[in-house]
Design a protein around this ligand. Structure first.
Ligand code: COA
Length: 259
């Protein structure tokens, strides 16, 4: 797999995606968005990819936002289309059937914070900084940030961040429930791998259905409980369900095949 703005590497069935524009603090230009879209096409399709980690190149920044230089001279229609496109790419990440962890290794500002929030959860290094500073530019969040920040932090905290443009550090992000863990920068990937190792031993379809069910809690067009019951039922027509239950009864480890 080769992409203009991403460095990708497979390790123990985890695809590590590194956004690779360190000289611009990994700002999300349209090429990065296109590459993220394309790499997630493969994540959805390739069974050898069991999980994904997204991080930023260098020691200073995960992603310092959408590329501000591309905002110059945008018309209203072009800006709306840009936001919609960003939302679509992040929706694809959020709805990935394989677990996606953001390893935030520094600035996660603007679109960087929105990208991290579209992942299934976040591990932050102790130098991480989160924020939505768009109001400093006379604009606002546009890649789903107003919705996901409110889901994750609650209305009052989300309002404070988008209105003031103030940043929060890793410890505050942990306290707010935005991130699951804070670790030294050198331990970021190890922490992700230790969590993913547990997921890799589980049935892939059960994991995919679990992700769908949790995402349904935020989808007002469906009844999440009904979605959960149906997905639960779907598990029972899989070979992995038979294998998991049989293995428990026989007191052995299950061997899941993804069918
Ligand atoms: N878009 C485009 N370029 C960006 C960028 C962004 N969001 N964030 C950083 N860069 C570029 C800078 O323009 C600079 O490029 P240059 O060397 O060609 O001038 C380079 O990355 C390094 O950034 P710099 O500002 O020199 O680093 P710093 O350590 O002094 O400051 C930040 C770091 C993150 C505080 C600062 O870059 C910043 O405020 N960035 C914008 C954050 C933002 O508003 N994001 C939301 C955008 S909608």
């Amino acid at each position: 797999m080769s992409f203009q703005t991403l460095f990708t590497k497979m390790e123990d069935h985890t695809l590590i995606i590194t956004i690779n524009r360190p000289e611009k603090l990994n700002a999300l230009n349209q090429q990065v968005m296109q590459d993220l879209d394309a790499v997630f096409e493969r994540v959805y399709k390739f069974p050898e990819i069991k999980s994904v980690v997204i991080t930023g190149s260098g020691l200073k920044s995960f992603v310092a936002g959408a590329d501000i230089k591309e905002f110059q001279a945008l018309s209203k229609a072009e800006a709306t289309a840009l936001a919609k496109r960003g939302q679509d790419v992040f929706f694809k990440i959020e709805h990935s059937p394989k677990p996606v962890i953001a390893c935030v290794n520094g600035f996660a500002l603007g679109g960087g914070c929105e990208l991290a929030m579209s992942c299934h959860f976040i591990i932050a290094s102790d130098n991480a900084l989160f924020g939505q500073p768009e109001v400093n530019l006379g604009i606002m969040v546009g890649y789903g940030g107003s919705q996901r920040l409110t889901q994750k932090l609650g209305k009052a905290r989300a309002m404070e961040l988008v209105i003031t443009g103030n940043n929060i550090n890793a410890e505050q992000a942990l306290q707010y429930g935005l991130v699951n863990y804070v670790v030294p920068q050198t331990e970021l990937l190890d922490k992700a791998f230790s969590l993913l190792a547990a997921a890799h031993n589980k049935a892939p379809l059960a994991i995919a259905n679990s992700i769908k069910a949790v995402n349904a809690a935020w989808d007002e067009s469906v009844n999440g409980f009904e979605v959960e019951a149906n997905l639960f039922g779907d598990c029972f027509i899989t070979a992995d369900c038979k294998e998991g239950i049989q293995a428990f009864i026989e007191k052995r480890k299950p061997h899941f095949t993804g069918h």
